[in-house]
Ligand binder design. Structure first.
Ligand code: ADP
Ligand code: ZN
Length: 758
C-alpha cells in the first residue's frame, strides 16, 4: 500500500511512502511519522494509492500514530483545496490543520491542577468559629494568630467559607485569585482542615479572566429587523443546503444576537456552528456571549492561545464535545464533524487574509467549507467587501439588510474638519484641531469616553535634513525610518524589517546639524491628548502597545471598565468592540490610507471610517464623530460621513470597472525577489514573457515594474499583475512558467486574490 503524505515543511508537495504489511492501512487524516532526508517528521495522510508493481523505490513510514484517524478527512481535503487555489505548497498548508503539539509523537501531555476541599475537621472548626465557640475569633474581632491550633484567622476563615460552599472543591489558583495567600491554604492543609488532590485539566482559555459582556442579556425580544432577518436565515439553515447570505447590518444593529440564535437552531438539528472573527481581541467577548447560551460546549481557536490550550480545545472539538467554535482565520480548519452554520463576522476585514504562504482568505475558505458541508454561510458586515456586495445584488448570495440600530439608537452624527483651513489658521503643527480638542475635553469632563484613531504607529513618521533634504532611510528597505519614543528613548525604526538605530544628531548624508522630525503617529497623538487634557486618563492601543502578552486584554478591559477616558489607537480600536460609554470618535487623519497606490485604498478608507464612527453612541447617549482630513471632497470620506454604503459601492464600482479590477476581473499579484534590482526585473520580465506565450490573449499581464516596496529586507522586488477571469488558468500558467526554474520558483511570491498589491 502506498500513501501520499503532507509534511509540515514549506513548499513541499505531497510525498509518497509505503506502508509495511504488518501496519494496518492508515485512514486519510491520520498522522504518520516518516523519514525526510536525514530527519524524521510527522505528516498527515492525504491520499491512499495502490502500490504500483515495479515502481520507484519508496521509503516506508516509520510509525502510524492514529490507526483510527486524526484530522477529519474533509478538513484534509479543504487544506488541499486551499493549497491548490492559492498556489501554495501542501506542506505549509497542512501545518495549519494539524493539531498543535502534533509534531511530536506524544500528542497528549495533559496538565494537572491542585484542587482543595474542606475536610470534616475543617467543617467542624468552621462551625465552631461561626458560633463563636471559645478559643475562636468572633465575627467582629480582628485577625488573631492561630497560636492555640484550632482558632482561625480571618483569612483562614474566609478560605474555609469558600471551600465549604464548593462541594467539588476549589482550584488552588482560584483561591489565590480571591486574595487568599498560598501560605494560608498551606497552613490549613497542615492542620488537617483542608485536603489537596491533583486533577487532570483541559487547559481552559476561558478561565483567564474573559471580558464579560457589558450587559447581562437575558432572553430579550428581537427588533423587527432582527426578527425578519432571523426568519429568513432560519429558513435557509433548515433547508440543509449550501447557501451564502450577506447580512448587511449597520454598526450596532444587533448581528451577534442573530448568530447566537442561528447557532442554537443548528445545534438542535445535531450540527455545529463555526464562528469566525477577524481579531484575537474579539474572541473573548464573542465566546462569553456564546457561553451564556451554550454553556461549556463552546471552544475557541486562535494563535494567541498557548500550544497546550490549543491542543485541549482541538481535541474537544475533534471528540465531538463542542457545538460552537469561535476563532480567528485558522479556525476555519477546526475539526468539526458536521458544521451546519459558518459565520464570518466583519467579512470585509483584511485580517482574514494571511499575508504569508498559504495566502488564503479565511472568508473564502469558509464559503468552500460551507459548500462541502451543505451549510449556511453567513457573512456579516456594516461595510461589505465589494466582492460580497456584488454577489448579493446579483443574487448569488442572499441579501439580508438591517438598516437600523437596536432600540432605535441613532447613528453617530459626523462632522468633517478641513485640515487645510486648520493649518492656515493654527499653523502646520496642528495634530488635533480645535473642534476635536474641545470635544475630547468635554467628554473627559462629562465622564464619557472618546476613541481617537490614527492609522499610523510611532511618534514621527520621518526624520529629514533641512540642509540636504535627505531622509533617514532603512538600510534594508526602501522606506523611511519611523521615530518611536521621546527624549532619550527615541529610536528610529523600520516597520518592515525591524531595523533600529538611535536618532542621529547630525545628518548621516551631509553631516549637517539640521535634522527634523516630520509627520506624526499614534504616540504623538497620545502625547497631545495628555498635554491638552491634563486630567484625562489616556491609553494607547496599537501593535507596539500590545506586544507584551496580556497587554491588549488589560487595555480593553480598562477602557471597558471606565478606568480610561480616552483610547488612542490604530485601526485596532475600530474593530467590533461594543463600548457603551463612548460618545466621541475622533479621526486624526482620515487620509492615511488614501495616498497609497493600491486599488483598494478607497474601499479600505471608507470601511475604516464607517466602522470607527460606528463605535460611538452604542449606549444611551448619542454619539458624535469628528473626522479630520485634507481632502474633504474625496468620495470615500464624504460617503463615509453620510454612512451611505450603497452610494459608495456604486461610485467605487465605476472605478473598478473602468480600471479592470475586482470584482470585474480576478487578479494575481506576483513578486519576484532577487539580490539585485536588475536580476529582479530581468527574472520578472522572463516570467511575464512565458506567461504571455503560454496563455495567448486569455489574460492581461501587467509589468514587470519595480514593486511599490522596491526593496525589502535587503532584497530587490519586481512586480507582475495578472488580470483575467480564470484563476485556474493564471495559476497554471505561472506554475508552468517556473517549472524548469526551481530557483526562480523559490524567489517568486504568488498572491491569488490579493487584498493589497503593495
Ligand atoms: P453589530 O454587531 O451589528 O454592530 P451588536 O451585535 O454588537 O451589533 O449589538 C449592538 C448592541 O445591541 C449590543 O450591546 C447588543 O447587546 C445589543 N442588542 C442586540 N440585540 C438587541 C435587542 N434585540 N434588544 C436590545 N439590545 C440588543
Ligand atoms: Zn527595513
Amino acid at each position: 500500500l502506498l500513501i501520499r503524505v503532507a509534511v509540515p515543511v514549506p513548499q513541499l508537495d505531497l510525498l509518497t511512502y509505503g506502508v509495511p504489511d504488518d501496519v494496518p492501512p492508515p485512514p486519510v487524516g491520520a498522522r504518520v511519522v516518516v523519514p525526510l532526508g536525514s530527519r524524521v517528521v510527522t505528516g498527515i495522510v492525504v491520499e491512499i494509492a495502490a502500490a504500483e508493481p515495479g515502481g520507484p523505490r519508496i521509503k516506508p513510514i516509520r510509525q502510524l500514530l492514529d490507526p483510527h484517524g486524526c484530522v477529519p478527512p474533509d478538513v484534509v481535503a479543504l487544506a488541499q483545496w486551499t493549497a491548490d487555489y492559492y498556489a501554495a505548497g501542501v506542506g505549509e498548508t497542512i501545518a495549519i490543520v494539524l493539531p498543535p503539539n502534533a509534531r511530536g509523537t506524544r500528542a497528549d501531555a495533559h496538565k494537572t491542577r491542585r484542587i482543595l476541599t474542606i475536610t470534616a475537621a475543617g467543617a467542624t472548626a468552621l462551625t465552631a468559629d461561626r458560633t463563636g465557640a471559645p478559643g475562636s475569633a468572633g465575627p467582629d474581632e480582628p485577625a488573631r494568630a492561630a497560636s492555640d491550633g484550632s482558632a482561625l484567622t480571618v483569612k483562614q476563615r474566609e478560605a474555609l467559607e469558600a471551600l465549604s460552599s464548593a462541594p467539588g472543591g476549589v482550584p488552588a489558583s482560584e483561591l489565590a485569585g480571591r486574595g487568599i495567600a498560598p501560605e494560608v491554604a498551606a497552613r490549613l492543609v497542615r492542620k488537617g482542615f483542608v485536603a489537596v488532590h491533583q486533577e487532570r485539566v483541559d487547559r481552559d482559555p476561558f478561565a483567564a479572566g474573559s471580558l464579560a459582556p457589558s450587559e447581562q442579556d437575558g432572553r430579550r425580544s428581537l427588533t423587527a429587523d432582527q426578527s425578519r432577518a432571523l426568519a429568513r436565515l432560519s429558513g435557509l439553515a433548515e433547508s440543509r443546503r449550501f447557501q451564502v447570505a450577506l447580512m448587511h447590518g449597520v454598526t450596532g444593529s444587533g448581528k451577534t444576537e442573530i448568530y447566537l440564535r442561528l447557532a442554537a437552531l443548528v445545534r438542535s438539528t445535531g450540527r455545529q456552528a463555526l464562528v469566525l472573527v477577524p481579531e484575537i481581541a474579539l474572541t473573548p467577548v464573542m465566546a462569553a456571549l456564546f457561553r451564556q447560551a451554550f454553556g461549556g460546549r463552546v471552544a475557541i481557536q486562535h494563535s494567541g492561545l498557548s500550544d497546550g490550550e490549543r491542543h485541549d480545545q482541538w481535541q474537544r472539538i475533534r471528540g465531538g464535545g463542542i457545538d460552537v467554535v469561535i476563532g480567528t482565520r485558522s479556525a476555519v480548519f477546526a475539526p468539526l464533524a458536521n458544521p451546519g452554520l459558518v459565520v464570518v463576522d466583519e467579512e470585509h476585514d483584511g485580517s482574514y487574509k494571511q499575508e504569508e504562504s498559504p495566502r488564503y482568505n479565511a472568508r473564502d475558505v469558509a464559503i468552500v467549507r460551507g459548500q462541502r458541508a451543505g451549510a449556511l454561510v453567513v457573512l456579516g458586515s456594516a461595510t461589505p467587501s465589494m466582492e460580497s456586495y456584488q454577489h448579493a445584488i446579483s443574487g448569488k448570495y442572499e441579501r439580508i439588510v438591517l438598516d437600523r440600530r437596536v432600540l432605535d439608537r441613532p447613528l453617530a452624527s459626523v462632522t468633517v474638519v478641513n485640515m487645510r483651513e486648520e493649518f492656515a489658521a493654527e499653523g502646520p503643527d496642528q495634530v488635533l484641531s480645535r473642534p476635536l480638542q474641545d470635544a475630547i475635553a468635554e467628554r473627559v469632563q462629562r465622564r464619557e469616553q472618546a476613541l481617537v484613531l490614527l492609522n499610523r504607529r510611532g511618534f514621527a513618521t520621518a526624520v529629514f535634513c533641512r540642509q540636504c533634504a535627505g531622509t533617514l532611510e532603512c538600510p534594508n528597505c526602501s522606506v523611511s525610518l519611523v521615530v518611536h519614543g521621546e527624549g532619550r528613548a527615541r529610536r528610529a525604526c523600520c516597520h518592515y524589517c525591524n531595523y533600529q538605530m538611535p536618532v542621529p544628531r547630525v545628518c548621516p548624508l551631509c553631516a549637517g546639524p539640521y535634522l527634523e522630525q516630520a509627520g506624526f503617529g499614534t504616540e504623538r497623538v497620545e502625547a497631545e491628548v495628555r498635554r491638552l487634557c491634563p486630567g484625562a486618563r489616556v491609553g494607547r492601543l496599537d501593535r507596539d502597545a500590545v506586544r507584551r502578552r496580556g497587554a491588549l486584554r488589560a487595555l480593553l478591559s480598562d477602557f471597558q471598565d471606565g478606568a480610561l477616558d480616552v483610547l488612542v489607537g490604530t485601526q485596532m480600536i475600530a474593530k467590533g468592540h461594543d463600548f457603551h460609554r463612548v460618545t466621541l470618535v475622533g479621526v486624526v487623519s482620515a487620509d492615511v490610507g488614501l495616498g497609497v497606490a493600491d486599488f483598494r485604498a478607497s474601499e479600505r478608507t471608507f470601511q475604516l471610517l464607517t466602522q470607527v464612527a460606528g463605535r460611538a453612541g452604542r449606549g444611551d447617549r448619542r454619539g458624535e464623530a469628528i473626522i479630520q482630513t485634507l481632502y474633504p471632497g474625496h468620495y470615500s470620506i464624504q460617503l463615509a460621513c453620510r454612512q451611505d454604503y450603497a452610494a459608495f459601492f456604486e461610485r467605487e464600482l465605476q472605478f473598478r470597472r473602468a480600471m479592470a479590477y475586482p470584482p470585474f476581473v480576478s487578479i494575481v499579484n506576483v513578486i519576484v525577489r532577487a539580490p539585485t534590482f536588475a536580476a529582479a526585473v530581468g527574472d520578472a520580465a522572463e516570467l511575464a514573457e512565458r506567461v504571455r506565450i503560454g496563455t495567448p490573449g486569455a489574460l492581461h499581464v501587467l509589468g514587470p515594474a519595480p514593486a511599490p516596496l522596491a526593496r525589502l529586507k535587503g532584497e530587490y522586488r519586481a512586480q507582475l499583475l495578472l488580470k483575467g477571469r480564470n484563476r485556474k488558468l493564471m495559476r497554471e500558467a505561472l506554475r508552468t512558467a517556473v517549472a524548469d526554474r526551481p530557483d526562480l520558483a523559490r524567489r517568486t511570491v504568488i498572491d491569488v486574490d490579493p487584498l493589497t498589491v503593495l
